[in-house]
Design a protein around this ligand. Structure first.
Ligand SMILES: [Zn+2]
Length: 148
């Protein structure tokens, strides 16, 4: 265990407790930017720090690997997992097919029975209401078609 170096030339404060909290957040599946925000630092800090601290770099690498796995396994099977995590199991494939069909039908939201929190933050395609904005109709269909 090497103690973190605190040179005068390093203006950035990234103390061991913050490092630990950051690594923990990453390990729990947070994206790097979110993890940085979570512990109150700029997202460039850990990246910069990892360049000069091999031990931290290794820990970050390990945390990212664990985090990626956690993200995959905590995301329920469904359309998001099919699209983003490229899961091709029966559940995901069916959900993706159903989702696309539903959107093609009338741009209505897919059945919400198995809607998960992950889907809400997934940056999924949100059907755009066309009640008033008739103008957007053609371009929206175009975008949805491309997204499928
Ligand atoms: Zn799946």
């Amino acid at each position: 265990m090497t103690a973190p170096r605190r040179g005068r030339g390093r203006p950035t404060v990234f103390e061991p407790p913050t490092q630990a909290a950051y690594l923990d957040a990453v390990r729990h599946g947070m994206r790097l930017g979110d993890a940085a925000a979570h512990v109150g630092i700029s997202r460039v800090v850990p990246t910069r720090y990892a360049r000069t601290d091999r031990e931290f770099a290794a820990a970050l690498e390990e945390a990212r690997a664990v985090g990626a796995k956690v993200r995959r396994e905590s995301v329920p099977h469904g359309e998001y997992r099919y699209n983003v995590l490229k899961c091709r199991c029966l559940d995901c494939t069916r959900a993706a097919t159903t989702g696309r069909a539903a959107r093609r039908a009338d741009a209505a939201p897919a059945p919400t029975a198995d809607k998960s929190p992950a889907e809400e933050t997934a940056g999924d395609v949100h059907p755009i209401r066309l009640d008033r904005a008739e103008v957007g109709k053609s371009s929206t269909s175009f975008l949805l078609a491309r997204a499928s």
